[in-house]
Design a protein around this ligand. Structure first.
Ligand SMILES: NC(=O)C1=CN([C@@H]2O[C@H](COP(=O)(O)OP(=O)(O)OC[C@H]3O[C@@H](n4cnc5c(N)ncnc54)[C@H](O)[C@@H]3O)[C@@H](O)[C@H]2O)C=CC1
Ligand SMILES: O=C(O)C(=O)COP(=O)(O)O
Length: 466
């Protein structure tokens, strides 16, 4: 479980009025919480909170984000609404208009249409690995940072796949279903040990490489195919083409991201390349396998079984939704032999979900309170050591802007009237991120800096934290 977070100081009620500016986080000033001393260790005591209204930060968490993440966010005094499911697009649009932060998992599609309505949105937390469900480029161009948890559930997926390899090799799904129906069917025909068999891993990233180690420990030979050249763990071996992998493998398992290039990566031609009686496992994304082609390969006996955890269309909530209404081939798929179907549970373990909650929750707090973008998947990664107690009249200026010539000169003209203690700036594609800590500034100075930056034509988003 996450360590309990310190509760932020209760704001003085008249503070926003004294500032005579809105307390909207996209336009206003926030100080870091006393509980957070920054990503880099510092000897000086972290700066105490000045009173400000953190109650104003509204967060919507969808898809049953783990309690660990919710605790971190509510511990900061943010207003958190947590729902168990994702939302239909129209309801999502209604809700997203209001919030500064949204937390999602793999199901919620934050496409351009939805993000266009998200006028107050500062940051998206993907409480999962995949970020294919978010229009990352649109978000970046509108100054919305996106964070994820790049590997906290990798082990859970790898373990599920190990379980599926044995389950397929021993036809456990079918035997268990038969027993549930009262049928005793003791067979050894086409049931195998996995020792000495070849596992072909497509995509040798966090999950693929973790799986490689586990599979070798169980006596499998491991080969892998990846678009980049990677060092094999143990005695695993990279093969130069997907076809070579398909030709050699007894089990093929897919661990690539959802990309245009991975759409229907395994289709009729690829099934033809697979060994007679081999097995396919997909716990990556539903678009990677052409399901009608899989149905044909299974019916013809080309493959002896398959395990699917992900589907092109997945329901928003738990219930009896896995029908032809969801995917036209639903019933055909369900009728196949030695086919394990799971409802996208690869990363769904207590360990993984807790760790993801903490990792993404912390990243959101760091970003909201300090503007630190370390780990962001769509903005340049910038960090500055935190402000301390010895720096009482400092402010942190964050200027997200178009990556075009001449911007820094204009920004520094604005900041130039003050002492800039430290500054960092980086760019990624069309968007650049600047952080500067300025000293000896009062409320009026902060207001003036904020308004001057807001007026620049290169502006994407301005935030001032103090
Ligand atoms: N079923 C579930 O619950 C879960 C599913 N996933 C899915 O698994 C995917 C993989 O996860 P990680 O291993 O963490 O990702 P990763 O980014 O660490 O590794 C992906 C690997 O695929 C390779 N790759 C990309 N395009 C390729 C192509 N066209 N051909 C061959 N290799 C290619 C990359 O070079 C990289 O090495 C995620 O993108 C996500 O969609 C992740 C977690 C849980
Ligand atoms: O981490 C991922 O990318 C996954 O696919 C797991 O998604 P989930 O959090 O279970 O919706």
């Amino acid at each position: 479980m996450a360590a309990p977070q310190n509760i932020v100081q209760i704001p003085k009620p008249d503070f926003a009025h004294r500032l005579s500016v809105s307390t909207s986080p996209t336009a206003t000033f926030h100080s870091p919480p006393a509980s957070f001393s920054g990503a880099l260790p510092t000897r000086a005591a972290p700066k105490q909170l000045k009173p400000f209204n953190t109650q104003d930060i509204k967060i919507l968490l969808l898809e049953n984000v783990n309690q660990s993440g919710r605790d971190i966010l509510t511990g900061q005094g943010y207003q958190v609404e947590a729902l168990k499911t994702s939302l239909p697009e129209d309801q999502l649009i209604e809700k997203i208009r209001d919030v500064h932060v949204i937390g999602i998992r793999s199901k919620t599609k934050l496409n351009e249409k939805v993000l266009r309505e998200a006028k107050n949105l500062l940051v998206v937390g993907c409480f999962c690995i995949g970020t294919n469900q978010v229009d990352l480029e649109f978000a970046a161009k509108h100054g919305i940072a996106v964070f994820n948890s790049p590997f906290a559930n990798s082990r859970s997926v790898a373990e599920l796949v190990i379980g599926e390899i044995i389950t397929l090799a021993r036809q456990l799904g079918d035997r268990s279903n038969e027993m549930h129906r009262g049928t005793w069917n003791k067979v050894s025909n086409k049931c195998w040990e996995i020792r000495g068999k070849t596992l072909g891993i497509v995509g040798y990233g966090h999950i693929g490489s973790q799986l490689s180690v586990l599979a070798e420990a169980m006596g499998m030979n491991v080969i892998y195919y990846d678009v980049i050249s990677l060092m094999g763990l143990g005695t695993s071996r990279q093969v130069p083409t997907l076809n070579e992998l398909l030709n050699e493998s007894d089990f093929v398992t897919l661990h690539v991201p959802e990309l245009p290039e991975t759409k229907n990566m395994i289709s009729t031609a690829q099934f033809e390349q697979m060994k007679e009686g081999s097995y396919l496992i997909n716990a990556s994304r539903g678009t990677v396998v052409d399901i009608p082609a899989l149905i044909n390969a299974s019916r013809s006996g080309k493959i002896a079984g398959a395990a699917l955890d992900v589907y092109p269309n997945e329901p928003a909530a738990n219930g009896d939704y896995f029908t032809n209404d969801l995917n036209t081939w639903g019933e055909d798929l369900r009728s196949l032999k030695n086919l394990i179907l799971t409802p996208h549970i690869g990363g769904s373990t207590e360990e993984a979900q807790r760790a993801i909650g903490v990792e993404v929750g912390d990243a959101l707090v760091r970003y909201i309170n300090q503007g630190i973008t370390l780990g962001s998947v769509n903005l340049p990664e910038c960090n500055l050591r935190s402000l301390t107690l010895e720096e009482p009249d400092h402010a942190r200026v964050i200027y997200i802007h178009q990556n075009i010539p001449g911007v820094l000169r204009k920004v520094n003209e604005i900041l130039g009237n003050h002492n800039v203690d430290k500054q960092i700036s980086d760019s990624k594609g069309d968007v650049a991120y600047l952080m500067a800590d300025v000293s000896s500034v009062g409320i009026e100075d902060i207001k003036e800096i904020s308004e001057s930056l807001e007026a620049l034509s290169s502006r994407v988003m301005v935030r001032v934290l103090y």
